[in-house]
Write a protein that binds this ligand. Structure first.
Ligand SMILES: [Zn+2]
Ligand SMILES: [Zn+2]
Length: 347
């Protein structure tokens, strides 16, 4: 076994703290990565605080992982020691079902193995708030050389979560795209939709975010509490990506879509939303959802971001600041992702 150290949650209520644990030996198809940076995703907080249920402690969160390859198994072809490498939300899947064969490992019929709090060979997986991780080659991603490594980390979740639906619904030049919420996911949705040539409208409850939304590329910013501003967008939008992970009024956004268009949810709310069927019936509209992206599409997204120089806006922290950073995430007091600098941290 390989000795690893990091920070873990030990129950739903206590702060994360130091944890010594073991990674498996490097198998023939495995890659050992020295973790250099790991982003803090809102899902980490939901999971470690058991807000979605099923938390298994000790629990090392983190699924926005970048680092350098330290060792490769005998049959590994894609990577060599010293290469930059990334790991996102999944570390394995069955590989044989229809979704897996369609490069949609996130929808594996047997359940994908997620990077943390998931079972793999009878052991619970542990995430990237740690100095080392061992992952099978297929689930390790190549990182474009020209991008700042720390700013790449959140692309592995926030980036692909917003890239995938924009591609699936074929967003391109001339489309009007609404982005609800300007946090980690929202700011990536703005950058990506803009780079695809869309006209981007950000919906936020916070007037303080107007200027920043425009800096990130938004063409318009609507304060969602302002009925007049909302009315001006009625039946005018081609696609809405909803990044908010708390219940909110979906009907008022469905009304902004043109006929036959879709609102896609990417924020996982612990409580259900309330919405009446009339919101879809009038205008034959769709309410949909999207979950990260498969391995091939995640690699495509990273390559695209490399080509277009797109990364996340981040605030670097050391591991000892992780608990206070969680509180700041909950207050949306971060632009726009915290990233833990593993080498600067005393683990
Ligand atoms: Zn995430
Ligand atoms: Zn499968």
């Amino acid at each position: 076994m390989i000795a690893a150290k990091g920070y873990a949650g030990f129950d739903a209520k206590s702060p994360l703290k130091h944890y010594d644990f073991e990674r498996r030996e490097v198998g023939d198809h495995d890659v050992l990565i020295d973790v250099l940076y790991c982003g803090i995703c809102h899902s980490d907080i939901h999971t470690v605080r058991d807000e979605w249920g099923g938390a298994q402690y000790p629990l090392v969160p983190g699924h926005e992982i970048v680092g350098k390859v330290a060792k490769v198994g005998a049959k590994v072809k894609k990577f060599k020691v010293g290469d930059k490498a990334g790991v996102g939300c999944m570390v394995n899947s069955c590989g044989e079902c229809e979704p897996c064969k369609s490069d949609l490992e996130q929808f594996c019929n047997k359940g994908s193995t997620f990077t943390y709090n998931s079972l793999e060979d009878g052991k619970v997986t542990q995430g990237g708030y740690s100095n080392k991780i061992v992952v099978t080659e297929k689930f390790v991603l190549k990182i474009p050389d020209n991008l700042e490594l720390a700013n790449v980390a959140p692309l592995l979740c926030a980036g692909i979560t917003t890239y995938s639906p924009l591609k699936h619904w074929k967003i391109g030049k001339g489309d009007k795209v609404g982005v609800i919420g300007l946090g980690g996911l929202g700011h990536m949705a703005v950058k990506l939709a803009k780079s695809f040539g869309a006209h981007v409208i950000v919906f936020t409850t916070s007037p303080k975010k107007v200027e920043d939304a425009k800096r990130l590329g938004a063409d318009e910013v609507v304060i969602s509490k302002n009925q007049n501003e909302m009315q001006k967008q009625l039946k005018s939008i081609d696609f809405i990506i909803d990044t908010v992970s708390a219940p909110h009024d979906l009907k008022s956004y469905m009304e902004l879509l043109k006929r036959d268009k879709t609102l896609c949810m990417v924020g996982v709310s612990p409580e259900p939303h309330e919405i009446a069927s009339g919101a879809f019936i009038w205008g034959r509209k769709s309410l949909s959802g999207s979950l990260i992206g498969g391995l091939a599409e995640t690699q495509e997204m990273l390559d695209y971001c490399g080509k277009h120089g797109i990364t996340c806006d981040i605030e670097k922290i050391t591991m000892d600041k992780v608990n206070e950073s969680y509180e700041r995430v909950l207050k949306s007091d971060v632009k726009y992702r915290f990233v833990i600098d593993m080498q600067a941290s005393a683990l």
